[in-house]
Design a protein around this ligand. Structure first.
Ligand SMILES: [Mn+2]
Length: 427
């Protein structure tokens, strides 16, 4: 749906006095602490996070799915929904597509539609974790790692087709999440599975355009419960190092065993110049795909601490990162969920930007663990939301996107337009 921008102006005028009060106070404190507030606001405004096409419908579990109504019925409607999010927060200026769920019938028209919402196409995602109706060989026992060359060839051809779709839309990267793995000890030889997968990756890599990247996502278990081929960041890094400079690791926050130190993994990838990007979400137990920042906001902050450290250090040479959300769940309106996720990511980024890095380095040099914690938590416990609101205000977005979404009864409007019983394609 197209939003009348004057409604946003009205919402912002109404909230402006309180915002100015909060922003004025925070900027004055931050300035006293030596932070360049205007530059931070600019960096926040420029920070864009891609929305995955599969998060626009209500997610489910393997036990059931409870659709919320008004879900996008086509790729066009998915783009409209991301356009709507971007209008509300001016921070969701890209969409990440999943093939074959989102094959564009008319790429030119799709590109124009996206451009009309000022959206770009982020990484395209391949899918060899499901069988498609017309495919010859089954992925039941794997795809790129399969023992049968015919199955591997089919999965390689699919990935190359995904690159082709991405090229038509102006995407510059391919994300491969490989579900291949085993459920029982002895089912496969680890070394040979790796070798077959590497050979498949090499054939895909050879088809990447010069200005493209391929992101290798890892995950320790699920759908398979004994082993996966790309189980962890070490396996991802190994593949990437063997493939070449266009291959980079992708960190999905939910793809770690409980209590894994993800921020240290981020630091290691950055150190090697091999971090490609993120799939943001949150979790308490496994790959729960909950709203970013809903369970472990401190971990998210610590990840951004490493990111800002890496992005500002002359010692780190890492390509520009791809920021994507990979979350969807049962009980929330997916658009509200995504607005909250984007906000949480930007809060963590803003908090990381106000860490006193010189003081932290000094505390580290002196082995002063107490002071290091004081410095990190001083930044973490600062309410930086007025900085984000100011960035939105300057960009013409809504001061309070979720509140605005509810005031305008946008979901009800989408249900009116699309119907109560619509299901987003792909999920
Ligand atoms: Mn993911």
């Amino acid at each position: 749906m197209l939003l009348d921008k004057s409604l946003i102006d009205g919402h912002n005028t109404y909230g402006s006095a309180l915002h100015q009060k909060k922003f004025g106070l925070l900027s004055s404190v931050l300035q006293d602490e030596g932070h360049p507030v205007a530059a931070i606001v600019d960096r926040l405004a420029a920070f864009q996070i891609a929305i995955p096409s599969w998060a626009l419908g209500t997610g489910g579990t393997r036990f059931g799915r409870f659709a919320g109504g008004g879900e996008p019925r086509s790729l066009e409607e998915k783009i409209e929904d991301v356009g709507l999010l971007h209008t509300l927060n001016q921070s969701s200026g890209a969409i990440s597509l999943h093939i074959p769920w989102d094959i564009p019938q008319n790429p030119r028209a799709i590109q124009q539609l996206a451009a009309s919402f000022e959206l770009k196409f982020d990484a395209v995602n391949s899918n060899t974790f499901q069988n498609q109706p017309d495919q010859e060989n089954s992925y039941k026992f794997g795809s790129l790692s399969h023992t049968d060359k015919a199955v591997r060839d089919q999965a390689i051809a699919h990935n190359i087709e995904v690159i082709r779709h991405g090229m038509e839309l102006g995407s510059k990267s391919l994300t491969i999440w490989l579900s291949d793995g085993t459920d029982f000890p002895g089912q496969q030889n680890f070394r040979r599975s790796f070798a077959r997968t590497l050979n498949s990756f090499e054939q895909i890599y050879a088809q990447l355009p010069d200005d493209w990247k391929v992101f290798i996502e890892y995950k320790p278990y699920e759908p398979h419960f004994y082993s996966t081929v790309v189980a962890d960041w070490g396996s991802s890094l190994l593949f990437c190092q063997k493939l070449g400079e266009k291959a980079l690791g992708l960190v999905d926050l939910g793809h770690h065993l409980p209590n894994t130190n993800i921020e240290q993994i981020v630091s290691r990838f950055l150190m090697e110049g091999k971090l490609g990007g993120f799939h943001f979400n949150d979790s308490k137990y496994g790959d729960d795909d909950l709203t970013v920042g809903s369970i472990r906001p401190y971990q998210l902050f610590l990840i951004f601490n490493e990111l800002v450290d890496g992005m500002t250090s002359s010692e780190v040479k890492n390509p520009e990162l791809s920021w994507m959300i990979d979350a969807s769940h049962n009980v929330k309106d997916p658009l509200e969920d995504l607005l909250q996720s984007v906000e949480a990511i930007k809060i963590a980024y803003a908090q990381a930007l106000i860490i006193d890095r010189d003081a932290l380095e000094k505390a580290q040099a002196e082995n002063d663990a107490t002071q290091a914690q004081e410095i990190l938590q001083h930044a973490y416990r600062t309410d930086v939301r007025p900085l984000l609101a100011e960035a939105r205000l300057q960009a013409g977005a809504a001061l309070h996107p979720v509140a605005f979404y509810r005031e305008q009864k946008i979901r009800q409007e989408l249900i009116k337009q699309r119907g109560e019983k619509t299901f987003a394609t792909g999920l």
